[in-house]
Design a protein around this ligand. Structure first.
Ligand code: SAM
Length: 256
């Protein structure tokens, strides 16, 4: 079947990388595995072999019949035909915790990550293939050129563990960029910031929206300078020098 660009389809075909991803996930019988974008089943079938059951969320109708046929002798596959951004993981978990996996469609990888964070309580862990550049941003430390909104929001919610790089040649068709696999483990609720999530998102977005400006300027209309100082942050600093915890204190400060 021809890969569709509009669905971000790049099918993994190199067995060595498929095995490394499955080994990193280490699926066990009884795991509540959910795969995002199963495609032609490169990861689905070995995961099914190990876990016995899996729910796969796929948007492309054309891929579903062959996936069902291929999975027949591998285990119990439940296919949800939907856009993953509309899937309620909390409802799907039904009180348990899901293990998410997927070679994600890169055109919506950030929205998928933020969607997963909204359901962090229902997720045990996530193993995702992403553009390497996105994994670098997720794991970046303050002061790095690629440290930004994604780094802060992900690191406040999860342990971020970059695992290994995957070259374009491992996929058909090859993407234009390098890829990497990352493990994300949501932090226990007590270790997550005790601030309003919406407010935190607003402050982080504004701070990095104009990353060359000082915080005092970038946060105009969101926080005044006195409140920034009250949170223990210098209004003359730039967002890229702040630790994730600094953003939590800014989000807890009285609004402008
Ligand atoms: N897992 C397969 C593999 O590794 O070969 C396919 C990976 S391919 C990069 C991404 C998959 O996500 C495709 O099967 C594509 O159809 C599917 N997809 C794209 N957008 C989606 C969405 N919004 N919701 C669910 N699946 C989506």
């Amino acid at each position: 079947m021809r890969a569709k660009k509009s669905f971000g389809q790049h099918f993994l075909h190199e067995r060595g990388y498929i095995e490394r991803i499955v080994a990193a996930i280490a699926p066990r019988a009884g795991d509540r595995l959910v795969e995002i974008g199963p495609g032609e089943g490169a990861l689905t079938l070995p995961l099914l072999d190990a876990a016995g059951a899996l729910t796969a969320i796929e948007l492309d109708t054309d891929l579903i019949p062959q996936l069902e046929a291929r999975a027949r002798d591998h285990g119990k596959l439940t296919i949800v035909h939907a856009d993953v951004l509309t899937v309620d993981f909390t409802a799907l978990a039904a009180g348990g915790r899901l293990r998410l996996a997927g070679n994600l469609p890169y055109y919506i990888s950030s929205p998928i990550l933020f969607h997963c964070l909204e359901h962090a309580d229902a997720i045990a862990d996530m193993h995702f293939m992403l553009q390497k550049e996105v994994v670098d941003r997720m794991a970046a430390a303050p002061g790095s050129k690629v440290y930004g909104r994604l780094s802060v929001m992900l690191q406040l919610a999860c342990r971020v563990e970059p695992l290994f790089r995957v070259p374009p040649g491992a996929f058909r068709p090859p993407p234009k960029v390098d890829s990497a696999v990352v493990r994300l483990v949501p932090l226990p609720p007590a270790q997550r910031p005790q601030v309003d999530a919406q407010r935190l998102a607003t402050v982080v977005k504004a701070a990095f929206g104009q990353r060359r400006k000082t915080l005092g300027n970038a946060l105009k209309g969101v926080l005044d300078e006195a409140a920034i100082r009250g949170a223990g942050v210098d209004p003359r600093a730039r967002a890229e020098t702040l630790a994730p915890a600094d953003f939590v204190r800014l989000a807890a400060a009285p609004a402008a």
